[in-house]
Ligand binder design. Structure first.
Ligand code: PLP
Length: 414
């Protein structure tokens, strides 16, 4: 086995010198070697508590035995689909997703990542409506391929790649009158995250997604719910839109759907939205999408969430976690401005950007993995496995209190 320094040198030389240096600067010098539940162990045997959950991918924790078993079964039978014959795991996962998604979502197109799921939603929306205009939110994060990047609401990521797709308008998130003004009879779809993840864990007012649905439908436009981060139990319900009783026409899911073992995404749509693809199914295809190992992982993930009551646990443990962080915020208002979140998707909005980097480094020193959100480095996000016990949460809160108090001492110099 290579020593950590050798691995980092190869990262620097063959992956990216500046990101490697940034991580080194933040004190990250461990090579991950195994993982189980909420623990990641490095090659030196040091254990880290995973409170980032791979940006929300590890809803059922690392290497959940039932998902490992389901994936192994397919591995030894036929891991990837031959693309011409039918396969059972894809049929079962599609049926299960139709059952747990709200409203009339029925048809699935399987893909391999969040950005692909969003791309699929945008294409299906154009096909269904014959329109080209989209309304998205400022600060939104929908991925980094061209279509998703156009919907993403951060110029830092978009500007180097212009020209992007035409016809996108970005309005402030959680602002119903801005949405009313932006949507018209030429709008194909409104695309929103039920809680903005990378934008800084921004929770909208109750009923926001339902109102967005009504506004879109009034103009014959579709509502696309980007549930890549909020979906599959993260916010304490199956999907973020379930908090509002909203019924999107299209939904993008990925991240947690693969149970932290396989990359799996899906574009899910109503029969009406799917008409174009029903007429011409080969307008949108994927070589890897819908493979047996991936779909078996997805199905096992949804079963584990049901069997282990992870929706309830996400809501309850998330509320417990959030209360704990709020009490730390009350003690250190000079460091934490606000705590936001739903279920196990919690963000700490810090007073300045430098405080985010320092807090992340101090937590990692204490062997707890957290990170800031991609669009908003002032927000440290907590997205642990949904089955993390309260005793572990207590340990994390103790470490957080100590780390925040250290940041408080240095705050004027940051
Ligand atoms: N949509 C949302 C809401 C996300 O949070 C992300 C990733 O963080 C994506 C899309 C893109 O997913 P991926 O990184 O799998 O392409």
């Amino acid at each position: 086995m290579m020593n950590p320094e050798e691995v980092m040198q190869k990262y620097e030389k063959y992956i990216n010198p500046s990101s490697t240096r940034l991580f080194r600067f933040m004190g990250l010098s461990s090579i991950e070697s195994r993982a189980e539940g909420w623990i990641i162990t490095d090659t030196e045997g040091t254990e880290f508590i995973d409170c980032l959950g791979g940006f929300g991918m590890f809803a059922v924790g690392h290497r959940h035995p039932k998902i490992v078993e389901a994936v192994e079964r397919e591995l030894h039978a036929m891991p990837m689909c031959g693309k011409v014959l039918f396969n059972e795991p894809a049929a079962l996962l599609a049926e299960k997703l139709a059952e747990i998604t709200p409203g009339a979502l029925q048809y699935n197109f399987f893909c391999n990542s969040g950005t692909e799921a969003v791309e699929g939603c945008l294409k299906v929306a154009r096909l269904a409506t014959g329109r080209k205009k989209f309304v998205a939110a400022q600060n939104a994060f929908h991925g980094k391929t061209f279509g998703s990047l156009t919907a993403t609401g951060r110029d830092l990521y978009r500007d180097p790649f212009r020209p992007l797709l035409e016809g996108f308008t970005h309005i402030p998130f959680n602002d119903i009158s801005a949405l009313e003004q932006a949507v018209d009879d030429e709008t194909a779809a409104v695309i929103l995250e039920p809680v903005q993840g990378e934008g800084g864990i921004n929770v909208p007012a109750d009923g926001y997604m339902k109102r967005a649905e009504e506004i879109a439908h009034k103009h014959g436009a579709l509502l696309i719910a980007d549930e890549v981060q909020t979906g599959i139990g993260r916010t304490g319900k199956w999907f973020g839109v379930d908090h509002d009783g909203a019924r999107p026409d299209l939904m993008a899911v990925a991240k947690a759907l693969g149970g932290g073992i396989m990359p799996v995404g899906s574009v899910i749509g109503t029969e009406e939205a799917w008409q174009g693809l029903i007429e011409a199914p080969f307008l949108h295809t994927s070589t890897f999408g819908g493979g047996q190992m991936a779909c078996a992982a997805g199905l096992a993930t949804l079963q584990v969430i049901e069997e282990e009551n992870l929706l309830r646990r996400s809501a309850e443990t998330g509320a417990y976690f959030k209360r704990g962080i709020e009490s730390i915020a009350a003690e250190f208002p000079q460091v934490i401005k606000e705590v936001r979140g739903r279920g196990m998707m919690i963000g700490m909005d810090l007073v300045k950007e430098g405080a985010g980097g320092m807090l992340m480094a101090l937590m990692i020193d204490r062997h707890i993995i957290v990170a800031y959100t991609l669009n908003n480095p002032k927000v440290i996000r907590i997205e642990p496995p949904l089955n993390m016990p309260e005793s572990v949460v207590d340990h994390v809160l103790d470490a957080l209190r100590s780390s925040v108090s250290q940041v408080a001492e240095a705050i004027d110099d940051l």
